[in-house]
Design a protein around this ligand. Structure first.
Ligand code: SF4
Length: 234
């Protein structure tokens, strides 16, 4: 059992829900175990999600939806229920997750939630193309032009840091690049999760010693523990 609803009350106040969805269409990232929460049973997905969505109060006018995949893998009934609640509770800002492969389809979501500001987040993990593809098995490459484009389409990116094979220089440059091109960045310090990617505790120590000040940076969400958002399935 996990927890699928929470309120973030410090920076970027919002409600957050972890919804169930169809399997991530990509599904091959080497560090990813989120997809264990995916299902192919549409009725079961909606049953779980409708219960979770009942908790939303709209008190901050901001809702973040995460679903161990992309917004495009949320069922149509769940999406319609989100839309109904957004209207009923007067929610003005919605966060969704996407995978790079969906980057050309964002307008479908913007149109569907017409009148609401949609903020897309994407798992970039690192700006080092070789490491992203070779180690994280996340199969896309970005050059500077792509970054400018992504910076316009997305609100923020997620970085995955302190994994074996990474260097301090990479982490430093990843954070700089994220802040240069995007309005926000979520920094996930990796925690061993049974996949082949392993945490580097030396890097974690170094990172915590040198970068804790980022906690006070409004553009940064720092997740030292992957349960820091208060929603998780185990
Ligand atoms: S795109 Fe996201 S959900 Fe899909 S495998 Fe990669 S990390 Fe996991």
């Amino acid at each position: 059992m996990g927890i699928r609803y929470n309120k973030i009350t410090d920076k970027h106040q919002r409600e957050i829900v972890l919804l169930k969805s169809f399997p991530c269409k990509y599904g091959k990232c080497s560090f990813c175990n989120y997809i264990e929460d995916n299902s192919t049973d549409e009725n079961e997905i909606d049953k779980v999600n409708f219960e979770v969505l009942k908790e939303i109060t709209g008190e901050y006018g901001v809702l973040e939806v995460i679903n161990s995949g992309s917004v495009f893998e949320i069922t149509k009934n769940t999406l319609a229920e989100i839309k109904r609640i957004v209207k009923e509770k007067n929610i003005k800002t919605l966060y969704f997750e996407i995978y790079y492969g969906y980057i050309k389809r964002l307008n479908e979501i913007r149109d569907y939630f017409d009148g609401v500001e949609i903020r897309f987040r994407m798992g970039m993990e690192t700006f080092d193309n070789g490491f992203r593809i070779g180690v994280y098995n996340k199969n896309f490459k970005v050059n500077e032009k792509d970054l400018e484009f992504l910076g316009k389409e997305l609100y923020s990116v997620c970085l995955l840091i302190c994994t074996k094979g990474q260097t301090k220089a990479m982490i430093k440059s990843d954070i700089e690049t994220a802040l240069e091109y995007f309005k926000g960045v979520t920094i996930n310090v990796f925690i061993d999760n049974g996949t082949i990617v392993k945490r580097d505790n030396e890097l974690v120590k170094w990172f915590v010693e040198n970068y804790s000040y980022l906690m006070d940076d409004d553009r940064v969400e720092l997740l030292i523990d992957n349960k820091d958002l208060g929603v998780f399935e185990q």
